[in-house]
Design a protein around this ligand. Structure first.
Ligand SMILES: O=C(O)CNC(=O)[C@H](CS)NC(=O)CCC(=O)C(=O)O
Length: 321
């Protein structure tokens, strides 16, 4: 069950009692009964065991689809969390590999959109770099990959005696921000985990039309307990977007524990759904009418002083020569 931690007028209702037949959209009926699209956000404890992780993910995706969710969000490293760099590199696959094929099959079978937030991808430069990309994929209900965003801010952090991460040791930084994608729940902007600390990317995506920002994550317990909720709520308040953050939770291997607290924040900054500890799901309804009302009543985006500090936008890189 979703936990409604804070009520915001008109935005929250307990998840749909009757599943929405989203596989056959019926706009007339949707409008008449004012059903809002339902999303499902998954919390996982990925381990180095890819088969087991896939079994956990597919169970949650099927459950979400049965409940009527139209988009299902998985956290960073939904495919696996390796116990060391060597293992991570050896378990990584290309987007053409068996893993993504299986998820495409699931999207088709369940007729849902899938946000696969943080796939360990062997990119086209694998042979020369021997480094992977941290790739967030969006699949439509035909199993087609409609967007790929490769994590642009890599987590190289060393908090003495507590946290030591050097993602750039085994990961290439992504080359670009990706334009938001229209889905039945709204326009989704893609980011990953540590990107959450950089408001520029959330502003750039919002300026390009995003209504839902996604931060699939695997936060550490130390940084998560200090920063996670504050950062997610700040991004939602600043951008007046829904913020969806699927997370890793619990013990991933001997030396790794993740913070959890998968949550959905509405554009007013209220936490409208959150997972408890352990693997599971939470659900939220997306109310774009509510989002528009907030943006109309408090039009922060028209109050920007670009003349004082410039404007962030999604820069389109020229194709390589
Ligand atoms: O490498 C994998 O397999 C999965 N990826 C991760 O765990 C990533 C990179 S090491 N973790 C983070 O970005 C944590 C960020 C964080 O905790 C913070 O910003 O405070």
């Amino acid at each position: 069950m979703p936990a409604a931690l804070c009520l915001s007028p008109g935005s929250w209702e307990t998840a749909a009692k009757d599943p929405i037949p989203h596989s056959q959209p019926q706009p007339g009926i949707m409008a008449a009964t004012a059903l809002k699209p339902l999303i499902a956000v998954c919390q996982l404890t990925s381990t180095p065991d890819k088969e087991q992780n896939f079994a956990s993910c597919s169970r949650l995706i099927r459950e979400a689809a049965q409940r009527g969710a139209c988009v299902v969000f998985l956290p960073e490293a939904f495919d696996f969390i390796g116990s060391d760099t060597q293992e991570t590199l050896s378990l990584a696959e290309s987007l053409e590999g068996a893993q993504i094929q299986r998820y495409a099959g699931l999207a088709r079978e369940c007729q849902v959109w899938l946000s696969l937030g943080g796939f360990h991808e062997r990119g086209e430069d694998w042979a020369s770099t021997r480094r992977i990309y941290n790739c967030h994929l969006l699949l439509d209900p035909t199993g087609h990959v409609v967007a790929t965003y490769r994590k642009t801010h890599l987590c190289d952090v060393d908090l003495e005696g507590r946290v030591s991460m050097k993602e750039s040791n085994f990961t290439n930084p992504g080359p670009e921000i990706v334009l938001p994608v229209s889905t039945p729940a709204g326009k989704i902007g893609l980011a990953i985990c540590y990107d959450l600390r950089f408001p520029e990317i959330s502003l750039a995506l919002t300026q390009e039309g995003a209504e839902i920002l996604t931060y699939p994550s695997a936060f550490t317990v130390t940084t998560g307990s200090a920063h996670w909720e504050a950062l997610l709520r700040a991004r939602a308040i600043e951008t007046q977007c829904y913020v969806v953050a699927a997370a890793q939770t619990g013990k991933n291997h001997e030396r790794r524990t993740s913070y959890g607290h998968t949550m959905v924040v509405d554009p007013w900054g209220c936490v409208i759904a959150q997972c408890q500890e352990g693997p599971g799901l939470c659900y939220a309804e997306i109310d774009l009418g509510y989002l528009r009302r907030i943006r109309q009543e408090m039009p922060v985006c028209t109050h920007r002083r670009a003349d004082l500090y410039g404007r962030v936008t999604v820069l389109k890189k020229p194709p390589p020569p």
